[in-house]
Design a protein around this ligand. Structure first.
Ligand code: ADP
Ligand code: MG
Length: 386
């Protein structure tokens, strides 16, 4: 159960004058491998963090939606469900309101709700605090209104909320991870049809740890750069005559790059996406054959591709990866969209103190902000907790 579910329920009662009908939790995520592939119909492999967004929720039948977050200063925000309109809200409330909008637009009779939430997923660290927020609200409404939607259907609706209502052109990975991940597993997800396979990923049992290093920087140009990468990938697919870059077989990469001629930037983007899909499949094979330590070099390869070909890394992320590997880690890479946010480090348990110290010292020497380092155990996806 989530640590904060009791206090969230109590605060709900203070705010709204009655106990909530229930409390739900949905996690943030870390992506083990498969970066910038989810808008190319490709493969990703996230696992859920122990950190969750927790929401206490009750139904309403009068068309009123009331929203409150323990983590944002300000009073309860009251909205009319009939009046919800895409791109009308620049505040945090756009995420939960967008979910209500997407459910109603899909024909589900969500007639209002009271919501109070609190989250331990660090916001803006590339760990998907936004998806945790959406999924926890979607799951609560699914249960309370008896909608009978499955995890992957909720994920699609949450993505629609974020794409259309919030106005952020994100892929499907984050919401699916939050909705569908399982304890002790990474989720091998085909983002084209949402086929999924739970891959055992129990590092502690094998004497290893996975560290998340939140660099605490977010470079301001990240949104524009994300849009440019997406557009470049679409251009590559169009030039190659495929629906999405996922359709370029790894074995035919060289021929495809040749066909792109002097489109130098598009060539780099295509090379990253096609090789990254292959890396995901390689990691799946290694994990399923019990060769967990061998994924380390694949992570480092993936980072080099994101740095040199896709060009979404930054000095802070490169420093984490270089320093961790130098200090004896099995592997490391940036995770999430890039331009700041977090990196992951795979290390033998015995090496964790040395690796952590090396990264912290390197950041101090470089004059960067002190990073936040924590161990990430593959945890449960969204669930009801009360
Ligand atoms: P990420 O998903 O990587 O954390 P995003 O920019 O996609 O970063 O989402 C962060 C946004 O989600 C915040 O700016 C805020 O609007 C919303 N958010 C995250 N956590 C909370 C919270 N606990 N309460 C209210 N809003 C939150
Ligand atoms: Mg997000």
């Amino acid at each position: 159960m989530s640590e904060t579910s009791g206090s969230v329920a109590e605060r709900f009662e203070q705010l709204y004058g009655a106990a909530p009908e229930g409390v739900w939790a949905a996690p943030g995520r870390v992506n083990l491998i498969g970066e910038h592939t989810d808008y190319n119909d490709g493969f990703v492999m996230p696992f859920a963090l122990p950190h969750t967004a927790v929401a206490a929720v009750s139904r309403r039948e009068d068309g009123v939606l009331r929203l409150h977050s323990a983590d944002v200063d300000g009073p309860v925000v009251e909205l009319a469900v009939d009046a919800l309109a895409p791109a009308s809200d620049k505040r945090w409330t756009a995420y939960p309101a967008g979910v209500v909008w997407a459910l109603r637009e899909a024909g589900h009779a969500v007639t209002g709700a009271d919501v109070h939430l609190a989250s331990r997923v660090p916001a803006g660290a590339g760990l998907s605090s936004s998806a945790a927020l959406e999924v926890v609200v979607a799951l609560a409404l699914n249960d309370l209104f008896g909608l009978g939607l499955r995890g992957r259907q909720l994920a699609r609706l949450c993505q629609r909320a974020e794409n259309v209502y919030v106005g952020a052109p994100v892929g499907i990975m984050d919401q699916t991870a939050s909705a569908c991940c399982e304890t002790g597993h990474a989720l091998f997800l085909d983002t084209r049809d949402l086929t999924q396979r739970q891959i055992p990923f129990d590092l502690a049992a094998e004497g290893m740890r996975l560290l998340v290093v939140d660099t605490r920087v977010k470079h301001s140009h990240s949104e524009g750069e994300y849009g440019k990468r997406r557009a470049g990938c679409e251009k590559g697919a169009a030039l190659l005559g495929v629906d999405a870059l996922r359709d370029v077989p790894f074995e035919e990469l060289d021929a495809a790059l040749e066909r792109l001629g002097d489109e130098e930037e598009v060539r780099r983007l295509v090379r990253h996406v096609v090789t990254e899909d292959e890396r995901v499949e390689r990691v799946v094979r290694l994990l399923e054959s019990g060769d967990t330590r061998a994924i380390g070099p694949v992570l480092v390869e993936g980072h080099a591709s994101l740095r040199d070909d896709f060009r979404v890394s930054c000095p802070e992320l490169d420093l984490v990866v270089d320093t961790a590997v130098e200090a004896g880690a099995l592997g490391a890479r940036m995770t999430g969209g890039g331009f700041g946010g977090s990196a992951i480090v795979l290390a033998e348990e015995a090496d964790v103190p040395a690796v952590t110290k090396a990264v912290e010292e390197a950041f101090a020497t470089a004059g960067f902000e002190t990073p936040r380092v924590f161990g990430a155990v593959p945890s449960a996806g969204a669930r009801r907790v009360r």
